[in-house]
Structures are given as C-alpha cells and as structure tokens.
Design a protein around this ligand. Structure first.
Ligand code: C2E
Ligand code: MG
Ligand code: MG
Ligand code: MG
Length: 287
C-alpha cells in the first residue's frame, strides 16, 4: 500500500535516486515533521448569501506555515498526504479544528453559521470515518446540520457497500454532503438521484468562463437549474468579477464563494470581516 511503500522508500534512499525522487522524499519527511510541529493551519473562506451579502458558512482550507517558504497552499501537499496515508491524521485534525471553530463563532454571534470541510476519498472510505464524525460532533458541541462535507465525484464512483453505508449513515446523522468541483469529473446526474447528496459546487473553471464563454454559460446554467429542481443547494466557487456575480444573481444561485467577497483567511480575521459584511448589506449586490 501507498503508506507502506512511502515508509520503505526511506530504506531504499540511495545516491542513485534521481533528484525528483529525492525531492519528493524530502517533502514527505517534511510533512511528517510539519504534522508533529503543528505547522498546519486552517484558513476559512466565507460562503455568501447573495440576497444579503451575509456569510452562510465558511469553507475550511488547509495551509502549511512552512518555516522557510511561508504559507504553502494545499495543492502542493494534499496529493502527497493522500499518497502516504498521512491524510487520515491530517484530515481528522482539520475536521476537529473546523467544527470547534464553527461552534465558537456560533456562540460568539453567528448562530446560523455552517462549516464545510473537504474530505479526501481515502478519508471518506476509511472504516472509522462515521464514528469519528460522531465523536467530533459530540466533543465540539456542533450540530450535525451545521456541518457540510465536501467530496468529489471520484468518491461516488467507487461503487461499494462501504460507500453506500457511509453515505447513508451520514445522512441519518443529519450531516450534509456536497459534491465539490462539480462538472470536472465523470459527472453523472444519476449520482444525484442515487445518493443522499444535499448540495453541489459548480467548479471554478466554469465560473471563470462566464459571461464570455458560451459553453461555460450553458454548463453553469444547466447545473444550476437541474440541481435547483432536484432540491440541491448550489454553490458557485471562484466568483471574482461583478459580471459573474450579476449573472449568478439573475440565475438565482443560492450561495456564492470567491475572491470578490473574500479570500480564505486565518480564523482571527473572520469575525471582523463578517461584522463588516453584515453591517454593509448589499455591498456586492448589483442594483
Ligand atoms: P476546493 O475544495 O475546490 O477549494 C476551493 C479552492 O479555490 C481553494 O483553493 C480556494 O482558495 C480557491 N478559491 C476560492 N475562491 C477563488 C477565486 O475567486 N479565485 C481563485 N483563483 N481561487 C479561488 P486552496 O485553498 O488552494 O485549496 C485547493 C484544494 O485543496 C481545495 O479545492 C481542496 O480540494 C484541497 N483542500 C484544501 N484543504 C483541504 C483539506 O483540509 N482536506 C482535503 N482533503 N483537501 C483540502
Ligand atoms: Mg472544497
Ligand atoms: Mg471546489
Ligand atoms: Mg475546485
């Protein structure tokens, strides 16, 4: 298995290894150390109600405060965490922090705030995932309905009893499931009918293309209307421009996320940002 081979490769480390393999190994051992030294941090990006400009929720996004390189984004380390199996420990850590943080913010004046956490396929299909969710909710006092798990279409493609069982148990607990990056994988609307899914996120690549690209326009609009009719909550990710916002409002997209509203931010920055957003409703609303 990947975790084991990762560990074995330490033993096979030789002068003969190519520099790419050596580089990878260095990164892998750096990740072990980073976990031990608490160099990871959870950032939060608001998810906006277009009608009021208020945050409906936040998405938890991992960052690595690298001692030399500064803040490193997840695209540089999530794949390796997945390959080595370290994603199980790291993902558990993110879930725990994000749930506790959301509960704290609810208590501090944002009572309806929700939190979305990205879950890797491997983590989602782990045997103890459902008991872990129950444990974390109990421990943090967060209600199941405030938690949204973001999984990708690739998870739903793994036809297995484990998958069906996990999805069913999560639905029973009242935790929400959203399909992330929707439209980029082997999208099948059949999944939406077959599995207990509550929402989906239109991938940034389609949002980028509106209003200029007619294919992206058609795809984004089709996802929105189909999902709306299926009773799913749609989030547009990567909203950067007023033009995109205008169109998404015309199409009645219920939830928006993107740099136009806020970049992912450290936990301390969220309350002041949210207070300001609540104090100036309509700031981002086209008149
Ligand atoms: P994602 O779940 O699709 O998250 C959205 C990504 O889009 C984030 O990148 C966010 O910073 C970025 N984004 C949001 N709005 C905009 C925008 O307006 N413009 C642009 N250009 N980008 C925008 P980030 O934080 O680099 O995360 C990348 C991916 O890493 C995530 O994609 C997710 O798949 C993964 N990831 C992050 N944190 C975790 C985690 O805790 N666990 C797991 N398994 N995966 C994670
Ligand atoms: Mg996500
Ligand atoms: Mg996404
Ligand atoms: Mg994405």
């Amino acid at each position: 298995r990947a975790g084991l081979s990762g560990r074995n490769s330490y033993q096979f480390y030789t002068e003969g290894m190519n520099s790419q393999a050596r580089q990878r190994l260095r990164l892998e051992s750096a990740l072990y150390r980073a976990l031990e030294r608490n160099e990871f941090e959870v950032y939060y990006q608001p998810q906006i109600d277009p009608a009021s400009g208020a945050p409906l929720g936040v998405e938890a996004l991992m960052r690595w405060n690298h001692p030399d390189r500064g803040v490193v984004g997840p695209d540089e380390f999530i794949p390796l965490l997945e390959e080595t199996g370290l994603i199980i420990a790291a993902g558990e850590w993110v879930l725990r922090i994000a749930c506790a943080q959301c509960r704290t913010w609810q208590d501090e004046g944002f009572p309806d705030l929700r939190v979305a956490v990205n879950i890797s396929a491997r983590q989602f299909l782990e045997k103890n995932f459902v008991p872990l969710l129950q444990e974390i909710l109990k421990e943090t006092g967060l209600e199941a309905g405030s938690l949204d798990l973001e999984i990708t279409e690739s998870v739903l493609m793994q036809e297995s009893e484990r998958l069906t069982g996990t999805l069913g148990a999560i639905a029973l607990l009242g935790i929400h499931i959203s399909i992330d990056d929707f439209g980029t994988g082997y999208s099948s609307l059949a999944y939406l009918k077959r599995f207990p899914v509550n929402g989906l996120k239109i991938d940034r690549s389609f949002i980028q293309g509106i209003p200029g690209n007619s294919d992206d326009m058609a795809i984004a609009f089709a996802i929105l209307s189909l999902a709306g009719n299926l009773g799913l909550r749609v989030t547009a990710e990567g909203v950067e421009t007023e033009a995109q916002l205008g169109l998404l409002n015309t199409w009645r997209c219920p939830q928006l996320q993107g740099y136009l509203f806020a970049r992912p931010m450290p936990a301390d920055s969220f309350p002041p940002w949210a207070m300001k957003a609540l104090a100036t409703p309509g700031d981002y609303r086209p008149v």
